[in-house]
Design a protein around this ligand. Structure first.
Ligand SMILES: [Zn+2]
Length: 396
């Protein structure tokens, strides 16, 4: 008996259910996971949930098909960005369909993709899959991909690793083989204060912070002039930007504290941690000695707030060719935004691509939407994948 088709109506219905859970990153995703667990249970599929310490959020992992065979991961994050200070034409957490578009928070980033994957469960279960499909649903992706880490830790030590991970972020169903990594960092410069007329007796935190900023700027310029460059990216080099600063209390007080933040968007071949080490060693050798000559307690601390792992999948890997066949287009691209694919690839050692319905330009905005036509393209892709996993399996 032929497996049931994946129905587009089901894809939309499940997406509607998922959007109704207001899983803003700061809030729990527990209820959404309970919904997914119940859906899987109805089709005889068990799942593992790896909870955070508070048991409010978790990563869900489920397998359909044979154990012990390298499978294909369909991965999505359950969290969405907030709607605070955004003006929506309708309730962001109630899916609204109009003119072939589905509106709702997370519609394209990325509950539409998860909706298609979950709507495919009955069809996947009905098939005699030679190669399993794994469903991965994470949390805190919008907090710098931090939630998925506990799942990645588990995958990294799996005896039989999945053969491919498809992260369904909105790419308009284009196969994405690379994205930048990097991170966000905070620098705390501690000096000593004094009346501004006694300036030489104090350590001016803002002035030393300015020296640090000048050095970081010089590193950014170095990347522009000396690369590396990868012209598959819109911005071909790594960027380092100062993104926030605060310090000082009054115009006649030498400030004892200045904090600033910076952001690194590094090509996958550039090690952001090595950049950070250069910044720390410059502080230790060129700046701190002069500060401490005045006040031994002076300090400069550089700490990571978020670290992002870049993705660099070999375009000649058979998995990439396989993906192109699945989506029916021959091109691939690299994108500026980060995803969990970097972690699946680098930390878990699983060949990963980013490919999902909807456009990133529609993400994070008021009246976020996904086109029904994009849902259909994703549905067709999953159906084709299921057919191949049933008939021939993977050929690499
Ligand atoms: Zn996303």
């Amino acid at each position: 008996m032929a497996a049931p088709r994946i129905s587009l109506e089901d894809c939309i219905a499940v997406t509607r259910d998922l959007i109704a859970f207001p899983t803003v990153s700061r809030d729990p995703n527990r209820d959404l996971l309970a919904y997914v667990e119940a859906l899987l249970t109805r089709h005889g599929i068990g799942c593992d949930i790896i909870w955070n310490a508070e048991k409010t959020k978790g990563n869900l992992w489920a397998t359909i098909g044979p154990a012990g065979v390298p499978g294909v991961i369909l991965s999505g994050h359950s969290d969405v960005v907030p709607v605070d200070d955004q003006i929506w034409a309708s309730d962001p957490f109630a899916l609204r369909e109009a003119d072939g578009l589905l509106y709702g928070r997370g519609a394209c980033d990325m509950k539409g993709f998860i909706g298609v994957v979950l709507a495919a469960v009955p069809s996947l279960v009905a098939r005699d899959l030679k190669v399993p499909v794994h469903i991965a649903i994470s949390y805190d992706e919008e907090f710098g991909c931090t939630g998925v880490t506990s799942l990645i830790d588990r995958l990294a030590v799996m005896p039989v690793k999945p053969a491919l991970c498809i992260v369904g972020e909105p790419t308009s169903m284009q196969v994405i083989v690379g994205h930048k990594g990097g991170g966000m960092y905070r620098v705390a410069v501690t000096g000593t204060s004094a009346h501004s007329s006694l300036a030489p007796t104090a350590v001016n935190a803002i002035e030393y912070a300015a020296e640090m900023i000048g050095f970081i700027r010089s590193l950014a310029v170095e990347h522009v002039h000396h690369g590396p460059h990868d012209h598959a990216y819109d911005i071909s080099h790594s960027t380092i930007s100062i993104t926030s600063i605060s310090g000082g209390t009054a115009m006649n007080i030498i400030p004892n504290r200045c904090d600033f933040g910076f952001d690194i968007r590094a090509l996958p071949e550039v090690d952001a941690r090595a950049v950070i080490e250069r910044i720390r060693s410059h502080a230790a050798s060129a700046i701190l000695p002069r500060m401490r000559a005045v006040a031994p307690e002076a300090d400069i601390v550089v700490e990571p707030i978020v670290e992002l792992i870049g993705l660099s999948t070999d375009v000649d890997h058979p998995a990439v060719t396989f993906m192109k066949q699945l989506v029916g287009r021959n091109d691939h691209a690299k994108v500026a935004y980060g995803t969990e694919a970097g972690q699946f690839s680098v930390r878990a050692g699983i060949v990963s691509v980013v490919c999902g319905p909807g456009a990133i330009a529609q993400a994070h905005k008021p009246d976020e939407f996904i086109a029904v036509s994009e849902m259909e393209r994703c549905r067709a892709m999953i159906e084709k994948l299921a057919g191949i996993l049933e008939s021939t399996g993977l050929n690499w």
